[in-house]
Design a protein around this ligand. Structure first.
Ligand code: NAG
Ligand code: NAG
Ligand code: NAG
Ligand code: NAG
Ligand code: NAG
Ligand code: NAG
Length: 237
């Protein structure tokens, strides 16, 4: 009886670490990739600042994000957005291993200090569109992925949002403005993007890394007409 209990205890104690070193860790031994709950909690912490409804996790959005990430793993740093996405999209590339979902979403949320709600623009040519997408009050669902880039080229994070935020000339908390967070494209493309300039470290990013910029993020804008018909997630299987 005693031996059985001991054996059971040993099994119980050893199972988590066994699982940790096989299924959760990556093949190269680095720390586990981020979980949905971690992405979600980090988002809702930022939305709570403004008393907004919680986002819910959506598996179709998560799959969309994962599929796009998988196509970018050879070339993470260029932070290319998925073309004509019906969803909002926040991207992040970070070279170092300390980046995880909480860190990345908190970094995006930190752009709050760059957003001017009176004029609806990012201050001093900084980027604030990741933050405004997170707190866009009509956005209801999110799905993200944390992927490892090929050739040890760091970590790629992709979050998709539905309905999309950063609607041209609108603000995250409603209203119409003459300025916008992400400006419409000059051609007739369906969306335009805003990225930090890798070669010109400005704003809060410069505080986080010292000399070289080893992380960067990008976000996306959408025309207003994409907003009303909420994309029917059940139609994508
Ligand atoms: C937050 O939302 C709740 C429920 O809608 C409301 O009762 C409360 O007054 C709001 N608080 C603020 C600070 O807006
Ligand atoms: C959002 O979710 C958190 C954690 O589950 C919960 O504590 C909080 O009350 C929720 N907020 C709203 C506005 O529903
Ligand atoms: C994410 O990274 C931060 C900083 O390294 C760490 O404090 C936190 O525990 C990490 N979160 C998870 C879920 O591993
Ligand atoms: C924006 O730039 C001006 C002039 O360079 C500076 O005084 C101000 O503090 C900056 N604001 C922010 C939020 O960085
Ligand atoms: C978003 O904010 C605007 C302006 O306050 C409000 O009219 C609208 O009802 C809000 N929408 C949601 C879904 O919270
Ligand atoms: C606008 O879109 C049409 C149809 O897709 C294309 O033929 C045209 O070249 C585009 N115009 C510009 C300025 O990109």
């Amino acid at each position: 009886m005693w031996r059985f209990a001991t054996l059971a205890a040993i099994l119980l104690l050893s199972l988590p670490s066994h699982a940790d070193s096989t299924s959760l860790r990556n093949s190269n031994g680095r720390k586990p990739l981020s979980k949905p709950a971690e992405f979600l909690a980090a988002h809702n912490k930022i939305r709570a600042i403004h008393n907004l409804t919680n986002l819910s996790w959506n598996r179709v959005l998560a799959r969309y994000a994962r599929r796009w990430a998988n196509r970018r793993l050879d070339d993470c740093k260029n932070l290319e957005h998925s073309p004509n996405s019906p969803f909002g999209e926040n991207l992040f590339w970070g070279l170092r291993d300390h980046w995880n979902a909480s860190e990345v979403v908190e970094y995006w949320g930190g752009e709050m200090r760059n957003y001017d709600p009176i004029t609806n623009e990012c201050l001093n040519n900084s980027v604030c569109g990741h933050y405004t997408q997170i707190v866009w009050n009509t956005t209801q669902c999110v799905g993200c992925v944390h992927a490892l880039c090929n050739n040890n080229e760091g970590h790629l994070f992709v979050c998709s949002y539905d309905p999309p935020g950063n609607i041209y000339f609108q603000g995250p908390f409603g209203g119409h403005f003459s300025k916008c967070i992400v400006y419409p494209p000059s051609s007739n493309e369906s969306s335009s993007t805003l990225s930090e300039n890798l070669h010109d470290p400005t704003g809060i990013a410069a505080v986080i890394t010292s000399s070289t910029r080893d992380f960067i993020s990008g976000t996306m804008g959408h025309p207003a007409y994409e907003t009303p018909p909420k994309f029917n997630l059940n139609n994508i299987v």
